[in-house]
Write a protein that binds this ligand. Structure first.
Ligand code: BG6
Ligand code: MG
Length: 221
């Protein structure tokens, strides 16, 4: 039976819409290399590490680079990305997120972050949410990226909970798979057409509440 003792949240696309900044920065790189890619292709980059994203994008453009050039472009992309991040404010926290976390806090349910991003802490600082999380696992703690479950398993471990007591919130197909591979239920945040493997999908946190989610959880028994 699934009980709800902790929630593990992805960051990019769940707490804030940084996915659009990743897309803009990667697209700028692709354009400089002489090609473009679509928003649809960009879905495949969600939840995926910086270097793996770079490999995918270069593959789409049919571009071959040396390791040195790859590192140079990954650094350049991150610099462009950070220009966007440094402009972020708490206004960019996605609708309903704060209220939902508040309801978890009141119910004594653990609140964790499980992000592939090495910039996660900086983003949380920008939006004033570092203290909103009891546990923060990010791209600096992991060796394998989603769909590997490592990031969420480390989250459960930090709470000293079995995976089945944790529920993951994810906007990425790779993140939903990571949750399931780790033995956790997954709430998709976004489009039900994209997140077909999620246990339930919400389009936004304004659309759910802890009691509604608990009802759904009981239905998962
Ligand atoms: C994930 C994003 O959260 O972090 C991916 O969904 C991104 O798009 C990955 O590539 C790594 O982010 P960063 O900030 O370390 O380059
Ligand atoms: Mg995400």
């Amino acid at each position: 039976m699934t009980t709800l003792k902790a929630c593990l949240f992805d960051l990019d696309g769940v707490i804030v819409d940084t996915a659009i900044y990743h897309y803009k920065a990667w697209r700028r790189m692709a354009n400089e290399l002489g090609f473009d890619f679509t928003e649809h292709q960009n879905e495949q980059l969600k939840g995926v590490s910086r270097m793996e994203s770079l490999e995918l994008i270069l593959g789409w453009g049919g571009v071959t680079l040396s390791d040195e050039e790859k590192n140079k472009w990954a650094t350049q992309k991150n610099e462009w990305y950070l220009e966007y991040i440094h402009q972020m404010t708490p206004d960019e926290i996605l609708p309903g997120v704060k209220d939902f976390l508040e309801s978890l806090r009141k119910a004594d349910i653990g609140i964790g972050l499980g992000s592939a991003s090495k910039n996660a802490r900086l983003i949380l600082e920008q939006i004033g949410m570092v203290d909103s999380f009891d546990v923060i696992i990010d791209g600096t703690h992991i060796t394998k990226s989603k769909p590997d479950p490592e990031v969420f398993l480390l989250g459960a471990k930090a709470f000293n909970l079995p995976p089945a007591d944790c529920v993951v919130f994810e906007d990425a197909v790779a993140g939903i798979e990571a949750a399931h591979r780790g033995g956790m239920k997954a709430v998709g945040v976004g489009s039900a057409e994209v997140l077909t493997e999620a246990d339930i999908v919400i389009s936004s946190f304004t659309e759910t509440s802890l009691s509604k989610l608990s009802d759904e959880l009981l239905g998962w028994q």
